[in-house]
Ligand binder design. Structure first.
Ligand code: SF4
Ligand code: F3S
Ligand code: FES
Length: 236
C-alpha cells in the first residue's frame, strides 16, 4: 500500500519555524512507523533526523506524536493507524521540550527532573550477610513502576508540563514511586524535597494524558496519587 508520511520538520539553523513535509512511502500493513521513517531516511532524504535504538519498545528513544498521540514509532503499526485515519500518517516531535532537529528533542530537562528524585536505592543501614530480602507482596507494591523505559511519552503529553516546563513531570514521579515504595529503601524523605516542592507532584491536575500515553501501560496517574498520599501521610 501507498502511505503519505507527513513529518513535522525543523532545522533551527535554516528555518524560523517548523513545517510539514510529505513523503510517499510503500508500506506493508505490519510495518511500524519506525520502518517508514527508515525508508524515507535511507531512500528519499538522508537529512531526516530522529532517534531510535532497540526497535522493539525497550530503549524508549523513539517516542513521537503520531496521528496526534504520543507513541513509540517502533510499536505503532501502519495497519492500525490507517484503519482509523486513512492512508496519511502524521509524525511530530514530542511536545514541551526544545526541538534540536526534526523529531529529535533536547531531553536534558527531562533527565534533570529524573535525577532530582534520586532514582536509585538509598539505604545506609549495614547490609545483612546475604541480600536484602523482600516478600513477594512488598515487591508487588512497585512492580508497575519498574517497567518504565524513560521514553518521556507521559511527561510530554501532560498539559501542565506544556504550560510550565519546570513541573517535575509524571515520568520522574513514576521513578520516585519505584523507590519510595520499595521496602528496602530508606530515601523517601530525601526524594520528597523535590516532589513536594512548588514544581513537584501538587502541580498534577489529574489530566490522565500520561496514563493514556504510556506504552508500558503503567498506571501513571495512580502512581502520582500514591506519591501524593505518601507525602501527605508521611509514614517513612
Ligand atoms: Fe514512558 Fe511510561 Fe515511563 Fe512515562 S511512565 S517515561 S510513558 S514508560
Ligand atoms: Fe499531567 Fe498526568 Fe497529572 S497528564 S496533570 S501528570 S495525571
Ligand atoms: Fe527503542 Fe522504540 S526504538 S523503544
Amino acid at each position: 500500500m501507498q502511505v503519505t508520511l507527513k513529518v513535522m520538520r525543523y532545522d533551527p539553523n535554516k528555518a524560523a519555524k517548523p513545517s510539514w513535509v510529505s513523503y510517499q512511502v510503500e508500506a506493508e500493513p505490519m510495518d511500524r512507523v519506525l520502518d517508514l521513517l527508515h525508508k524515507v531516511k535511507y531512500q528519499q532524504d538522508g537529512t531526516l533526523a530522529f532517534r531510535r535504538s532497540c526497535g522493539h519498545g525497550i530503549c524508549g528513544s523513539d517516542a513521537m506524536v503520531i496521528n496526534g498521540q504520543n507513541r513509540l514509532a517502533c510499536k505503532a503499526l501502519v495497519k492500525d493507524l490507517t484503519k482509523k485515519a486513512g492512508d496519511t500518517i502524521t509524525v511530530e516531535p514530542i511536545r514541551g521540550l526544545p526541538v534540536e532537529k526534526d523529531l529529535v528533542v533536547d531531553m536534558e530537562p527531562f533527565f534533570e527532573a529524573y535525577r532530582a528524585v534520586k532514582p536509585y536505592l538509598i539505604n545506609d543501614e549495614p547490609p545483612p550477610d546475604r541480600e536484602r530480602l523482600q516478600s513477594p507482596e512488598d515487591r508487588a507494591r512497585f512492580d508497575a513502576s519498574t517497567k518504565c523505559i524513560l521514553c518521556a511519552a507521559c511527561t510530554t503529553s501532560c498539559p501542565v508540563f506544556w504550560v510550565n516546563g519546570s513541573y517535575i513531570g509524571p515520568a520522574a514521579i513514576v521513578q520516585a514511586h519505584r523507590f519510595i515504595f520499595d521496602s528496602r529503601d530508606r530515601g523517601a524523605r530525601e526524594r520528597f524535597q523535590a516532589l513536594a516542592a512548588s514544581t513537584g507532584v501538587w502541580r498534577c491536575r489529574t489530566a490522565y494524558n500520561c496514563t493514556e500515553a504510556c506504552p508500558r501501560e503503567i498506571p501513571v496517574t495512580q502512581a502520582i496519587e500514591e506519591v501524593k498520599r505518601a507525602i501527605l501521610y508521611d509514614k517513612f
